[in-house]
Design a protein around this ligand. Structure first.
Ligand code: SF4
Length: 694
């Protein structure tokens, strides 16, 4: 951190790390960013910030930044630095050749939850209009795609229902598969404040997370369930609510579809879902589950917050629907202090999903199979839109290995490091004829690329991010792009070289087009964002200044739809060879695969990923703190050092994935959510043994 005294000027912008979306004043002096000061006028953070947003911005000017476009004929050759013009035309020609040889469907692209809404919109438009197919997907595939499916199916909209501030009205706060104090620190502090005021806390997580240590006036209940048994747990909670008469009958009658409610009620009342019957599955004592169900359903406002511990499972979508069932059954929707709230990991996961990154949905979650929707887009874009959903990321990998998918454009996502079963991903990337990587660093994926296009950080462009509470925040340019072009300008150049014209002069013009085509963004403009500071969608004629709370009067689908949520055990079973379950998570000072934070002072606080193991499992294997451990799964093996910790359940081990060398994804498997293919990162059967050295 440079402390250079008084700034010459400052620019208000939005943090590019987590889904809280804190506002900062970027203070500049002599052309350099000298400080990030939490902005009191920020609607998501009100002047608060964490160690990532406040201090970890040095990566933007790190010596490792890619400053020139590079190309090579094959991945065996060294990179050759070229002009933007040469790189863009090389990329466009390769994509054209690939399509003429293997067909229109043989190429696709991946959008980034790190980039702005406007950039994401342009990438999916490039794929649909210039590539001529729907082979677009997003890194949200590997995190919150089950949220999209589960909330849209039950509540009619793929988004969290509340503002963060709404938690201050909650009487019971339920945190499921999330660790807000590390992964969403500013919101985590807000939860702590509310707990100190006396709210009850329920944590459903195999790990004893830090929120449970918060001194608070209210009761705290920890349900330390076995990884992979979320749906059994949510069904047991619902069973208690129904069997003990804790439902909100008026809400259910007025707001929910009665046919689906009746079917769900009959299902959930079956004795096999009772906490007593489920105890053998979840490992959680039945009386604790009953206490938790009563605390959520009969203690005023109940608010649920959940994270990747819900979504990254083979039943991720089922669990999201189970959570929505709980909220509908207890009437905990449509006002302050309640709701169903996914805590999005990255700064713009919500936005990248909103902007039509999925292969079956155009911006605003409008299905490509709907002829009226396609006609509206065709009118504005001037091309026909394919009516068949395209390939998801795992399907792209499979098709690449099968030889039918040969070209990929990846903006701001390190798929080689962040997707599961690294060996499979690498085999797919090696099989491509044309891999175009657009990123700020030479990442792991770039090792397989033919074209490297320098990316731009959030400090180098204008645009918007949408945080986990649907809040559209402005991102403002603080400095010039180090390589001369912002990401949206690169996508435009590629599109023009492919023969589909894109000529926006400023991201505000892209937002105007988004508003024209996306009903939930119909009232959004840069002028309005300047006036209001931020806007929570839906923003339209009905809600011209946005919608802090969703579903106040009705659901976008009319009535809320209960879903029958049958528990199905994961196929990733433990056995004598792989007796432990590995689950993964994050730490406060680092961020995701660490590409940014490892290039800042934050690295000093967490220099390596460790394997947390319960003392009983450690003792059995003669393991002590700091020992080197070999960790083997059915697909691979890696080596980490040990941290013996009582935060783990016996039989469960845990690691973070912030360093490429940790190899967490070398051992995670191809198992995925049945509805969305979100990988089952949270359950991998492993064996752990002491080794002498890595
Ligand atoms: Fe950035 Fe999230 Fe920290 Fe806020 S809480 S400063 S958005 S990382």
């Amino acid at each position: 951190v440079i402390d250079a005294g008084q700034p010459e000027h400052s620019v208000v912008t939005t943090c590019a790390y987590c889904g809280v979306g804190c506002s900062f004043k970027a203070e500049m002096k002599g052309g350099q960013l000298i400080r990030m000061v939490p902005y009191k006028g920020g609607d998501a953070n009100h002047g608060h910030a964490c160690v990532k947003g406040r201090f970890a911005f040095g990566y933007a000017t790190h010596k490792d930044r890619i400053c020139e476009p590079m190309i090579r004929e094959s991945i065996e050759e060294p990179w050759r630095a070229v002009s933007w013009d040469e790189a863009i035309h090389f990329a466009a020609n390769r994509l054209k050749e690939t399509q003429s040889r293997y067909g229109r469907e043989s190429i696709g692209g991946i959008t980034s939850s790190r980039c702005t809404n406007e950039e994401t919109y342009l990438v999916q438009k490039l794929i649909r209009a210039a590539f001529g197919n729907n082979n677009t997907d997003t890194c949200a595939r590997v995190c919150h795609s089950p949220t999209g499916y589960g909330l849209k199916t039950t509540l009619g909209e793929s988004a969290g229902t509340q503002t963060f501030d709404s938690v201050m009205e909650a009487d019971t706060i339920v945190v499921i598969g999330a660790n807000p104090t590390d992964a969403h620190p500013v919101f985590g502090s807000q939860v702590r404040r509310r707990l100190r005021e006396g709210a009850k806390l329920i944590v459903i997580d195999p790990r004893r997370i830090d929120l449970l240590k918060t001194p608070h006036g209210g009761e705290a209940i920890h349900l330390p369930l076995r990884p992979g048994t979320n749906v059994a747990m949510v069904n047991a909670l619902a069973h208690v609510i129904v069997s003990e008469g804790l439902e909100d009958k008026a809400f259910i009658e007025q707001r929910c579809d009665q046919t689906q409610y009746t079917a769900w009620r009959e299902f959930i009342q079956e004795e096999r879902h009772s906490p007593e019957a489920m105890e053998a599955v979840t490992g959680v004592p039945a009386d604790l589950v009953r206490q938790a169900a009563r605390a959520y359903a009969a203690n005023g406002n109940g608010a649920i917050y959940y994270g990747l511990g819900v979504t990254e499972h083979s039943q991720g979508s089922t669990m999201v629907m189970g959570i929505a069932n709980l909220a509908m059954a207890t009437g905990n929707l449509g006002r302050e202090g309640v709701g169903v709230n996914p805590l999005r990991g990255q700064n713009n996961v919500q936005g990248s999903c909103d902007m039509g990154s999925f292969p079956h949905e155009l911006p605003g979650y409008q299905h490509v199979g709907d002829a009226a929707v396609r006609a509206r887009f065709s009118d504005v874009w001037g091309v026909a839109i394919d009516d068949e959903p395209g390939l998801r990321i795992p399907n792209m990998f499979d098709a690449a290995i099968a030889g039918t998918f040969k070209g990929l454009y990846v903006q701001g996502e390190d798929i080689a490091q962040s997707d599961p079963n690294t060996q499979h991903v690498e085999a797919a990337l090696t099989a491509l004829d044309c891999l175009i990587v657009q990123d700020i660093f030479l990442n792991e994926t770039a090792k397989y690329a033919h074209v490297l296009l320098p990316g731009s950080t959030f400090l180098e462009k204008d645009g918007t991010f949408t945080n986990a509470e649907r809040r559209i925040n402005r991102v403002r340019k603080v400095m010039a792009p180090v390589a001369g072009l912002a990401d949206w300008e690169v996508t435009m150049a590629l599109s023009n070289a492919l023969g589909y014209p894109m000529n926006y002069r400023h991201p505000s013009e892209i937002m105007d087009e988004i508003a024209l085509l996306t009903p939930t963004f119909a009232g959004v403009s840069y002028d309005k964002l300047e006036r209001l500071g931020s806007i929570q969608w839906p923003c339209n004629d009905e809600h011209p200044e946005g919608s802090p709370t969703m579903h106040e009067v009705d659901f976008p689908i009319g009535k809320g739809r209960f879903a029958v949520t049958e528990y199905v055990a994961t196929e990733e079973r433990t056995n004598r060879k792989f007796p432990l379950v590995l689950t993964t998570g994050r730490i406060l000072s680092q961020y995701n695969v660490g590409a940014q934070t490892r290039r800042t002072e934050n690295e000093r606080w967490h220099e390596e990923d460790l394997l947390e193991i319960h003392p009983s499992d450690a003792e059995l294997r003669g393991i002590h703190d700091g020992d080197w451990l070999g960790i083997s799964s059915r697909v691979g093996r890696t080596v980490l050092r040990a941290k013996v910790s009582e935060r783990m359940l016996p039989g469960v081990v845990y690691t973070t994935f912030h360093h490429p060398g940790s190899g967490a994804n070398v051992i995670t498997t191809d198992s995925s959510d049945w509805a969305t293919n979100c990988p089952e990162y949270k359950v991998t059967a492993v064996q752990v043994e002491k080794v002498s050295q890595p």
